[in-house]
Write a protein of this length. Structure first.
Length: 145
């Protein structure tokens, strides 16, 4: 089954928590963990990976915290997913490392290629600023109800 793993989901949540605030805003890891329901056991490792990947900047100390390394409109869902998961591949046959006797005429592989292209396009089109705006819009709607 194709599925995003839990650490990737949590990494997306960390970036989204920061994207919901004005660029340059710092949040503590504890605040992000509470807001996004991320267990502390996962959070430190995810923060380290996001920092190493250049998505967030960490500030130690009492007044420290996390902030986005660049504006949310410059960060796509593809970038965060690929940092955590590696390149998107729907099937082993798409790696090109193995020789498949049906490779040239395989109708299934053509479908995998097409489906992968659709998913990749959607992920790369999705910016964290868009996701943050969606959350803000949903929050405004829920307050009216």
């Amino acid at each position: 089954m194709f599925r995003i793993n839990r650490q990737t989901d949590y990494a997306v949540r960390v970036v989204l928590a920061l994207a919901k605030r004005p660029f340059g805003t710092r949040l503590s890891t504890a605040d992000i963990g509470r807001e996004m329901l991320i267990p502390a056991a996962f959070l430190a490792r995810i923060v380290a990976e996001l920092a190493q990947g250049g998505f967030i900047v960490t500030f130690p100390g009492r007044e420290g915290g996390l902030q986005l390394a660049r504006p949310a409109e410059e960060i796509t869902l593809t970038e965060v997913v690929e940092l955590m998961e590696g390149p998107l591949l729907l099937s082993e046959c798409m790696l090109g490392e193995q020789t498949c006797p049906f490779e040239q005429a395989c109708p299934v592989r053509r479908r995998w290629d097409g489906l992968q292209s659709v998913i990749a396009a959607e992920l790369s089109r999705t910016k964290f600023s868009d996701l943050a705006q969606e959350v803000a819009g949903e929050n405004r709607l829920n307050r009216r109800l």
